[in-house]
Design a protein. Structure first.
Length: 628
């Protein structure tokens, strides 16, 4: 009886449990479906039909690719309004992340004398420690500000090449801003002079790798020009500048537009300089060029406020008179106009050259023609000897007291103009001076025009036919500072420089080595270098420093005795402070006893006021033989 009662009770409880489990499963399934359907319906109604909903128990999993981040956030918000947010699992993606574009890596490096700042975004793999070490060697670790951020992406093509070039370029540019981009570098810098600017451009251009795009914008202080000169010629309708200086970018644009209208074709150069005689310089030049274009062929020359407009023989007299009269009435105050209309062959006999000066490619100068008296003749020959060398001048001159007034000045001016040429000739007439020849000076035309307009006066007619030949330019193929150091150190590597043991006396057998260094230095006088002496660690530190200084001085004096310009050279002894090998072995001590030629950063100590400076337009080691 009891057993039957137990079975009955157990059966009832089992049935109730099974029924409860069935009801629970049905309830959970209904809740899942209701939640899933509710969220899906809400998403569809609010336009987020890209989102997919999947029930996982009481949790809802949201999937799909959102068109943008705001859409993903909107979908989460909609789902959170239907069910509790803790039940939502976000497995959605944003479309942009599937094809993410790497960041735009770039760095801006600023250097102001001994302070360097780096700002930008670089790949995480960039060796910023090496960059910091290299820059610290330039200016010191305390003055390098590294504000670069990193991103974990592979360096884009050309990035490492651009960074390496920028860091190397910074060594020669004490006042600069260098912008680095993948495969491209933009260099903006100030230089000390036009010569320094040209040198920096040559050196930086030579160092550009073939796969790198580099934009160089190196400015120089404005040149002070006196007299302020401009000369424009027009032949057969084609115009060209012999010389062109102006005061501002605005006036330069004004002048170049007028020159183009007067027949100038192709790029034109007009240097911005100091010394303009009037703020209306650009206006006056433009008016004169317009008048010359109306006249036809001829020339117009400015020397400060004095203007000379000379017509060619083919010009029409009436047109010349009309154009010059209008120019005279329109010129700004202070400017004086002198006009010359040529005398034709029918009106006057053409005079042969009264005096000529020729300069041969070998440097020999011949003076031929007439002078007024013996004193003037001696003065002319003396001046020519001072310019070209007494042993190079041959004079074949006659005396004629009837020569025109001012004749000696014309001859001396012609000789001065000829000094700008490598070879050529000057022909001097009573009313005309012509200069022709070849030169290695790209500014020779402007220099000659300035000299003749200043010495002869603005009313004089002169012609310049000078060809620039790059092969004659001593600056065109000068080695860079790095190349000079490499050449000198290569000599010292091949033939060691020896000193007597324990002294600063250069061993007699090292004379050929010094001569070879002096020969290399002849083309490197434009480079500032330091002759650094080093010793091993044997002996007292103070004695080693003194010995290294004496040895560096000995090398400097030896070069000076070989007539090498040593203005750019300095000597310094470092003693045992900078070993390159272990002093525990004889080989190491031998290596540490050495002379080094290194480049010197010639940045000025005082910071210049850039507002007052208008701009136109920034070591190898060798060892020595011998024991101390």
């Amino acid at each position: 009886m009891q057993l039957k009662s137990f079975v009955a009770i157990f059966t009832v409880f089992t049935g109730v449990a099974a029924l409860s489990l069935l009801i629970a499963n049905v309830s959970v399934d209904r809740i899942e479906r209701n939640s899933e359907d509710g969220v899906r319906r809400a998403l569809l109604l609010k336009g987020e039909d890209w989102a997919q909903v999947e029930a996982e128990g009481l949790h809802l999993r949201l999937t799909g690719v959102a068109p943008r981040e705001s859409a993903r956030f909107h979908a989460l918000t909609i789902a959170g309004e239907v069910v509790d947010s803790y039940r939502i699992r976000d497995d959605m993606q944003v479309e942009a992340s599937a094809g993410f574009i790497p960041p735009d890596f770039s760095v801006e490096i600023l250097r102001n004398d001994d302070h360097i700042s780096l700002i930008g975004l670089i790949p995480d793999s960039t060796d910023r420690a090496q960059i910091a070490e290299t820059l610290s060697d330039l200016v010191g670790s305390d003055t390098v500000s590294d504000m670069m951020e990193t991103a974990d992406y592979d360096p884009p093509t050309g990035w490492n090449l651009a960074m390496a070039y920028a860091v190397d370029a910074l060594a020669t540019l004490p006042h600069s801003k260098i912008s680095v981009h993948p495969g491209r570098v933009i260099v903006e810098a100030n230089s000390e002079s036009t010569d320094d600017r040209d040198r920096l451009k040559r050196e930086l251009s030579r160092a550009i790798p073939s796969d790198l795009e580099v934009q160089l914008d190196i400015s120089a202080p404005r040149e002070v020009v006196s007299p302020f000169t401009l000369r424009f010629l027009r032949e057969d309708g084609q115009g060209r500048f012999d010389a062109c200086f102006t005061d501002t970018d605005r006036s330069r644009l004004q002048i170049l537009r007028a020159a183009e209208a007067a027949g100038h074709e192709g790029p034109a150069s007009c240097t911005i300089a100091l010394g303009n005689p009037s703020p209306k310089w650009g206006e006056a030049v433009s008016l004169a060029l317009n008048a010359l274009a109306e006249v036809g062929d001829g020339s117009v020359t400015f020397s400060d406020t004095d203007i000379t407009l000379i017509a060619a023989e083919s010009s029409d007299a009436d047109t010349f008179e009309r154009a010059t009269s209008q120019l005279q009435s329109e010129l700004p105050d202070l400017f004086n106009l002198h006009t010359v209309f040529p005398v034709t062959e029918e009106e006057a006999e053409v005079m042969p050259p009264e005096f000529s000066v020729t300069l041969s490619p070998e440097g020999q100068v011949q003076l031929r023609g007439r002078m007024t008296d013996e004193r003037t003749k001696a003065a002319v020959e003396s001046y020519a000897s001072s310019r070209f060398g007494a042993d190079q001048v041959y004079a074949a001159t006659d005396l004629d007291p009837e020569l025109p007034e001012g004749w000696p000045v014309r001859v001396l001016s012609g000789i001065e103009a000829l000094a700008f040429l490598e070879n050529g000739a000057v022909e001097i007439l009573e009313n005309h001076v012509s200069v022709r020849g070849k030169t290695g000076n790209p500014d020779a035309n402007a220099d000659i025009a300035r000299v003749l307009s200043e010495k002869l006066g603005t009313s004089e007619d002169f012609a310049i036919d000078v060809e620039y030949v790059e092969a004659l330019d001593p600056q065109a193929d000068l080695p860079s500072g790095e190349e000079c150091v490499q050449q000198i150190n290569a000599i010292l590597t091949n033939t060691k420089l020896a000193f007597s043991p324990g002294s600063a006396n250069i061993a007699p057998g090292s004379g050929d080595t010094l001569t070879a260094i002096a020969t290399a230095m002849e083309r490197c006088t434009h480079v500032k270098m330091e002759i650094a002496g080093h010793t091993d660690s044997q002996g007292r530190e103070a004695m080693n420093e003194q010995l290294s200084q004496s040895r560096a001085d000995a090398v400097l004096n030896a070069l000076m005795s070989r007539r090498i310009l040593t203005e750019g050279l300095s000597a310094k002894g470092y003693g045992e402070s900078d070993p390159i090998a272990s002093n525990e072995t004889e080989e190491g001590r031998e290596a540490n006893r050495r002379i080094e030629f290194t480049l010197v950063d010639d940045a000025p100590d005082a910071e210049e006021n850039t507002d007052e400076t208008a701009t136109e337009e920034t070591a190898e080691e060798t060892t020595e033989a011998g024991n101390e």
